[in-house]
Design a protein around this ligand. Sequence first.
Ligand code: FMN
Length: 270
Amino acid sequence: MARVARNGADVVVTKSVGLEPRKGYPGPNITVSHSGLLNAVGLANPGIDSFLQELRILQRHNIPFVISVFGRTEKEISQVARIAVEAEPSALELNLSCPHAEISQIAHSPKLTGDFVSAVKDTVSIPVFAKLTPNASDIVAVGLAAEEAGADAIVAINTVQGMKIDIKQKAPVLANKVGGLSGPAIFPVAVRCIYDLYHVVSIPIIGVGGVSTWEDAVEMHLAGASAIQIGTATLRGLDVFADIREGVEEYLVREGFSKTSEIVGLAGGN
Ligand SMILES: Cc1cc2nc3c(=O)[nH]c(=O)nc-3n(C[C@H](O)[C@H](O)[C@H](O)COP(=O)(O)O)c2cc1C
């Protein structure tokens, strides 16, 4: 995480952490498919107490970070949140939407999403982001519920549920069978979700999903993203942050803008 920050990211978002240590799923838990990465890591994490020790490294380097937290119930996610704030993160991101774990259904439901966001908002006083799923039938209704429950920002999108089958074995490649697709394959899905959300919610949207070039970043800002997260593209190398930053800055100058916020949502209304 410290290396990511040193390579040009303004903020680092942690992997999701829960109350107890969790092994995740057995392998194979990651494979490639159609310009994307399919993973079913299964929310492997050391539990919030051990995780706080690791975060001390970021604190020592003065790197701003957001902790991604999850829980199976409102009570559990609030407990994780209460402990997580001890590390003094800039915000908490609620993973309500991992498509290959038991929490996958939360962000399918506006009601559950609102309940989870409210529970955490009642527990902590730092900003709380709700991370949504493109697998929901109506991501806009879920986004509105998150906003009404007090979310300070929406993060869109988590991975797209998918599967790969080994044609020789005649069986799914991933041990968990179902995984979450990320990378360039899901970029247009993310842009559509952000565009739709932008026109109904008033809180900022943090765009994520398949961004790997500065052109992608510009497109996502134009759709309505105020900030952008990059995951899968980091596998190509951590230069991606500086490359994208430079490309966006040059685009802004060429197009006569002075800051990124001037292009957010410029792609037009519904
Ligand atoms: C290996 C892997 C692990 C991930 N783990 C998490 C996680 O713990 N919590 C979460 O909210 N999203 C997780 N994601 C989803 C990413 O944060 C992101 O939403 C998604 O990959 C789309 O962005 P990208 O195409 O830039 O990777 C994971 C993605 C990958 C590929």
